[in-house]
Design a protein around this ligand. Structure first.
Ligand SMILES: [Zn+2]
Length: 193
């Protein structure tokens, strides 16, 4: 069942990853994207709810939502990562901070810009459409966007491979590989091994 869900998700979400997508019939473990020797794939919203929890919320207009503040206080924490304020789900905070530390150590922080509409917390429905599922951005830091002005949704502009690889190493899947590319977007797919 798990594999079936995973497969459905891959078929739904993975666009094409050029020579990085390996497809072998009936072998789910090979139906994944490879980047820098790391195997990775997106996971569905139900799995996100299983891992990070389900909250009550109110509609807040324009597809945005207001999450139950008690649940928020119990689950989200504020961090400051190299002058960037980050509001993170507590379960994802260690890997997020690990990732930021690696960007810092490799002098790559300039490539990670959360301003101009990018960010790590945006409680809302997908694409601000009230009829859609909740966006993974609602779980602070489970998804985040980098440099939206540079890597807009729907564009073919690929962030540097090293950025994608570091994010993947820390458990974040690049939206660049979505069927409708979302190059600014990174989302949780696993806890780091
Ligand atoms: Zn996003």
């Amino acid at each position: 069942m798990k594999d079936k869900e995973c497969l459905e998700n891959i078929l739904e979400s993975v666009h094409i990853i050029g020579d990085r997508l390996v497809l072998i019939e009936n072998n789910i473990s090979d139906m994944v994207a490879n980047t820098a020797d790391k195997t990775y794939y997106p996971i569905g919203i139900e799995r996100i709810k299983d891992i990070f929890g389900v909250f009550e919320y109110e509609e807040a207009g324009g597809g945005r939502i207001k999450i139950d503040p008690i649940w928020e206080r119990q689950n989200f924490v504020f961090f400051k990562a190299f002058e960037r304020k980050c509001y993170l789900h507590k379960l994802v905070a260690p890997q997020f901070m690990g990732m930021m530390t690696e960007f810092y150590a490799k002098d790559m922080l300039d490539l990670i810009d959360f301003s101009n509409g990018g960010g790590v917390y945006s409680p809302r429905h997908k694409n601000h459409n009230i009829n859609s599922n909740l966006s993974k951005h609602s779980w602070a830091g489970v998804a985040f966007d980098i440099n939206p002005h540079k890597y807009p949704r729907g564009s073919d502009v690929k962030p540097p491979q090293e950025v994608i690889d570091i994010c993947a190493k820390w458990g974040y899947y690049s939206g660049y590989y979505f069927r409708v590319r979302d190059p600014m977007h990174q989302e949780f797919f696993r806890f780091p091994i």
